[in-house]
Write a protein that binds this ligand. Structure first.
Ligand code: ADP
Ligand code: MG
Length: 757
């Protein structure tokens, strides 16, 4: 079983996507297929041993599409090349058809004016000559510019699959054939006593408008996908490594784990790693969205794609190739942009039944005109109106804009997020987020900076302070909790370590106690370290008032005890992030309730919460309590997003409707959460909610614009209003409306890009 994302060439409309999906899904050994018209990519889940990409390509090749296998497109330039070619071809066509369309359009207007006014002189060109020229131009328009649409007819006849191209193809060629018959066989006209009216202009102008629309669409679609291109451009091409004691420049792809890499000022960092020598300020804005360069010293991690602004340094490569953060980001953005939002399901369903339904409807309309219309208007006039309606319906009913509505907005939204250090896993997550009404935040690292420090020591035992701290630190060395880091850092501070001479004892039987603390033997004596809950569990007496003075200030107590009695406690304090308060206010403005869930001391947690304006606090919460709280909120009908550090909050993140991981540095588990906020402070949480609302609003507007043209256009084109108002939609305007709907949808999506988050 392999999952691959393949580029597809030759898609012209959303119904192409459903045609390809159907065709590929029907093949054996293909498990699932999802084709995205917006990104022109197919995600295929297939059995590599039993079916090759080449076989798939052959299958859809019959329908006029090409599947580009990843081998041919590993260097991304290939992809952009084929797109560039397609765009250039469209451009050539537009340069020809646009002036022609304009002239024909003017002549047409002229003709209409001579008919309905008395002051407009007749066209100074003989009718026959005009028809002759029109026919030649229409021939070029149909057989060169409109070739994809003719192909749509052939495809329909050969394989029975109809898409938007088929509709336009049939519409424009029916107009062309009818007009040619009228023009070339005058005897037929007189025999049937038909009006000798031709519709070459319809063929030319419709193809003209639609081709212009396609060109504008392709151009803007290219813009919607720019985010990926920008990310790819961040990648350094070469790296300066030390091999056999010599500095040599090699391709980035040749860098291996453990390579020592030299980075000069102004250079891009080629892979992820840890600084071993020197230091610098690094501009990480491209990855985290944070504008200020970050100071990095020995032992700090660096990320590929970021830029070294000042000093020189050497670092050891820890993640290379596809493992780097940048590579993961690119992969994730690519996948997310190609994924489908649930809201799209409706549009997909409609466009897959639309085309056949429209064909049938157009035929019924033609029949109705001929049968009923003939009784009132006579056959020749009814045939003329019938044809106009038939062509008009086929043209206006194209579900093209419908197919663009959702994917273009998603592509722009996801891309915009990526530029800000907001990584969105898939479209469904982005969609869900806009409905969120409750955000649950973790305290440490989310509301606070997450770098707690030891600020107080209270010793009730007959041990020396240093001995107590030494026992504590020995145990905490085994723990990963931010509290543990605070204590270990305190002891290992170079100055303090020397003057106090604190040594670390040997620890055995270490065990961490979920949500409460830890226990273990230090030099064969058993100790417990943790919060008041742990002490309660031990059943030893402890006067809680001793710590209340501290917890009321938001400090976290860490108590150390033996099985019999409490030996003392230390206080840990963590600063509130500057952005926290504003972010909570902003979330409130968005109508979102903010709840803090933490394993920390209730008093300390409540104090912190009140400082930033959080609505509700659940403290002393064990992981299962966190889970239960989320479930409880969900039962109340709330849509819950949970923001946490993603490491020990994994179950809660998974239970929430939207899991948001706040990552810092290289060690972010991008895959684990629906949304990852890089270089995370919680103001990004506000941004991502806004982004989601913005994108969804864009999608809804797009769907409206896509539908409205069809809803108004189809009955109008069918001539439903003719008996009442005498209205028949000229197919030319149908073509114009069609083109406009696609263009307006794509430009509406692009607007999201320019908006402020
Ligand atoms: P949170 O991430 O909200 O702090 P945890 O479940 O990670 O929740 O921890 C809950 C509480 O357990 C902490 O607030 C702390 O009081 C105690 N605790 C956890 N790990 C340690 C540790 N290594 N040392 C001391 N106390 C700890
Ligand atoms: Mg935690």
């Amino acid at each position: 079983m392999t999952k691959q994302i393949l580029q597809i060439k030759g898609m012209h409309c959303a119904s192409c996507a459903s045609v390809i999906t159907k065709k590929l899904s029907a093949l054996p050994n293909i498990h699932s297929v999802s084709v995205n018209y917006g990104s022109e990519k197919a995600k295929v889940d297939f059995d590599e041993k039993k079916i090759s990409i080449e076989e798939m390509n052959q299958e859809i090749g019959k329908l006029g599409y090409t599947l580009i296998s990843p081998q041919n497109s590993t260097d991304n330039s290939h992809q952009t090349d084929t797109k560039e070619d397609e765009l250039n071809e469209l451009k050539n066509k537009v340069e020809f058809i646009l002036p022609v369309t304009f002239v024909v359009f003017v002549l047409m207007m002229w003709e209409i004016l001579t008919e309905i006014t008395i002051w407009m002189p007749n066209l100074p060109i003989p009718m026959d000559a005009l028809n002759m020229i029109s026919m030649i131009l229409a021939t070029v328009a149909l057989f060169w510019v409109g070739k994809p649409y003719l192909f749509g007819i052939i495809r329909f006849m050969r394989h029975g699959v109809a898409n938007m191209d088929t509709l336009i193809g049939i519409g424009t060629s029916v107009a062309y054939i009818y007009s040619s018959l009228v023009f070339l066989i005058p005897s037929l006209v007189s025999l049937l006593r038909m009006p000798d009216y031709t519709y070459f202009d319809v063929t030319i102008v419709v193809i003209g408008f639609i081709t212009l629309g396609k060109y504008l669409e392709a151009k803007s679609k290219k813009k919607t996908g720019e985010a990926i291109e920008k990310l790819l451009n961040l990648q350094a091409k070469t790296a300066l490594v030390i091999r056999d004691g010599k500095e040599i420049e090699i391709e980035v792809s040749e860098v291996v784990h453990g390579d020592l890499i030299i980075v000069k000022p102004g250079a891009k960092i080629p892979v992820d790693g840890v600084i071993t020598e020197g230091g610098s300020f690094i501009d990480e804005s491209m990855v985290t969205g944070e504008p200020m360069p970050v100071q990095k010293k020995i032992g700090d991690s660096v990320v590929s794609g970021t830029i070294n602004t000042s000093g020189s340094f050497t670092f050891k490569a820890t993640k290379v190739g596809g493992e780097t953060l940048l590579a993961q980001i690119i992969k994730m953005v690519e996948e997310a942009q190609g994924s489908k939002a649930p809201i799209q399901a409706l549009a997909d369903k409609i466009s897959s039944v639309f085309v056949p339904a429209v064909l049938v409807f157009a035929l019924i309309t033609l029949g109705t005109w001929l049968i009923i219309g003939s009784q009132y208007l006579g056959f020749p006039q009814a045939l003329s109106f019938g044809l106009v309606s038939f062509v008009g319906i086929l043209i206006i009913a194209c579900p093209c804009a419908l197919g663009l509505a959702t994917p273009t907005a998603i592509i722009v939204g996801v891309g915009k997020g990526a530029r800000e250090g907001i990584l969105i896993k898939d479209a469904a997550t982005l969609e869900k987020l806009h409905k969120v009404d409750t955000v649950i935040v973790d305290k440490t690292g989310t509301i606070t900076i997450g770098k707690p420090t030891l600020v107080d020591i209270q010793n009730f035992s007959n041990l020396h302070d240093n001995e107590l701290i030494s026992i504590l630190a020995s145990l905490e060395k085994k723990s990963e909790h931010p509290i543990a880091h605070a204590i270990v850092n305190y002891v290992e501070d170079p100055v303090r370590a020397q003057e106090k001479n604190i040594n670390i004892g040997t620890v055995s039987s270490f065990e961490s106690i979920q949500g409460k603390g830890l226990k273990g033997l230090v030099d064969n004596k058993e100790y417990f370290v943790g919060n008041t809950k742990l002490i309660q569990d031990l059943g030893i007496s402890f006067d809680i008032s001793k710590i209340e003075e501290f917890t009321a200030q938001g400090k976290t107590p860490v108590i150390i005890a033996t099985k019999e009695k409490v030996l003392g406690f230390v206080m840990i304090a963590d600063e509130i992030k500057m952005e926290s308060k504003q972010a909570i206010t902003d979330l409130h403005k968005l109508g979102i309730k903010v709840i803090m869930l933490t394993g920390d001391d209730p008093k300390a947690a409540r104090h912190m919460a009140s400082l930033v304006g959080i609505d509700d606090v659940v403290a002393h919460a064990l992981p299962q309590d966190k889970l239960a709280k989320i479930k409880e909120l969900q039962l109340q009908g709330r849509i819950v997003a949970m923001a946490g550090d993603g490491v020990n909050d994994a179950p809660a993140l998974a239970q929430a409707d939207v899991g948001i991981a706040m990552g810092t540095g290289t060690d972010v588990a991008i895959e684990s959460a629906g949304i990852t906020l890089l270089g995370g402070d919680i103001s990004k949480l506000v941004k991502v909610v806004r982004l989601s609302k913005m994108t969804m609003r864009g999608i809804k507007q797009n769907l409206f614009w896509a539908f409205i043209y069809n809803i108004i256009g189809i009955p109008l084109a069918a001539g439903v209003f003719y008996p009442i108002f005498g209205w028949v939609l000229n197919p030319i305007f149908a073509g114009f409306a069609m083109a406009m709907s696609s263009v307006s949808v794509v430009s509406n999506s692009l607007r999201i890009k320019a908006k402020k988050l």
